[in-house]
Write a protein that binds this ligand. Structure first.
Ligand code: SF4
Ligand code: SF4
Length: 250
């Protein structure tokens, strides 16, 4: 029962995955901790309280505590989400916490999302590919407002990894660009400053590690804490790749 349903002060039980891959003696297991719930308590506050009062060795990541840094993604009762914006009052008395799958485990709830995102960016060359040399004297190029807004939407991704953890394909295919990767590819594909040809984009995204690997069940869309329009992103990528495919035949 959540606090909103019970209306009473509760004793919360956190069952937390523990494992230190650096320690040969360490075995993966669940460890339980109990604390009293406080008003407006978030998982960020609860985990810090556990670490400060019960077990200083507990590993988890947080930085900004306001859904900007993307560090605190974790599985909360089986669903990937951000610890900082999850209120305990929305959770039952027993909360099971696991690290995000797909990413390399650092220890307990802490994972290395950075390496995954860097590899994804390198593989898709997710940066501006200009044909002309940079001219620092050139006037700033104007961009249509709607297009600038669409690019900004893609840029709102905080690389928390929740969508990647929720994606069945990313869980079994380490080479799949994943929802965050497809979002990043689309962001550069729609940017007029990136002058890659349709054929070059086709190579990047038109395969089973790209947009055709996506099964379209939209688990990623449901869990994205920034509510990125991933559905529209995949539709855009599919449209663009079809256009590129037909252009290549003519
Ligand atoms: S819609 Fe595609 S990218 Fe999103 S979770 Fe499903 S398979 Fe993964
Ligand atoms: S698309 Fe959303 S869920 Fe995925 S990494 Fe970016 S912010 Fe996180």
């Amino acid at each position: 029962m959540t606090k909103k349903e019970s209306g009473k002060a509760r004793r919360l039980r956190f069952e937390i995955f523990r494992y230190n891959p650096e320690d040969p003696e360490s075995e993966p297991h669940m460890q339980a901790f109990e604390i009293d719930e406080a008003p407006y308590m978030s998982l960020y506050i609860a985990l810090n309280q556990i670490r400060e009062t019960l077990d200083p060795s507990l590993q988890f990541d947080f930085a900004c505590r306001s859904a900007i840094c993307g560090s605190c993604g974790m599985m909360v009762n089986g669903r990937p989400t951000l610890g900082c914006r999850t209120l305990t009052s929305d959770l039952p008395e027993v909360v099971r916490l696991h690290p995000l799958p797909v990413f390399k485990l650092i220890g307990d709830l802490s994972v290395d999302t950075g390496t995954w995102f860097r590899e994804m960016v390198e593989k898709s060359e997710a940066w501006i590919h200009a044909k002309e040399a940079f001219d620092p004297q050139a006037k700033e190029a104007r961009m249509d407002d709607d297009l600038a807004q669409a690019i900004y939407e893609g840029e709102r991704c905080i690389e928390c990894g929740c969508c990647v953890a929720s994606c069945g394909v990313a869980n079994v295919n380490q080479n799949f660009a994943g929802p965050a990767g497809l979002n990043r590819i689309a962001r550069f594909m729609m940017d007029p400053r990136d002058q890659r040809s349709d054929a070059e984009w086709f190579e990047v995204v038109s395969n089973s590690d790209g947009v055709f690997g996506c099964l379209g069940m939209m688990a990623c869309h449901d869990v994205c804490p920034k509510e990125l329009p991933l559905l529209e992103v995949y539709a855009y990528l599919r449209r663009k790749t079809l256009v590129a495919a037909f252009a290549g035949r003519s």
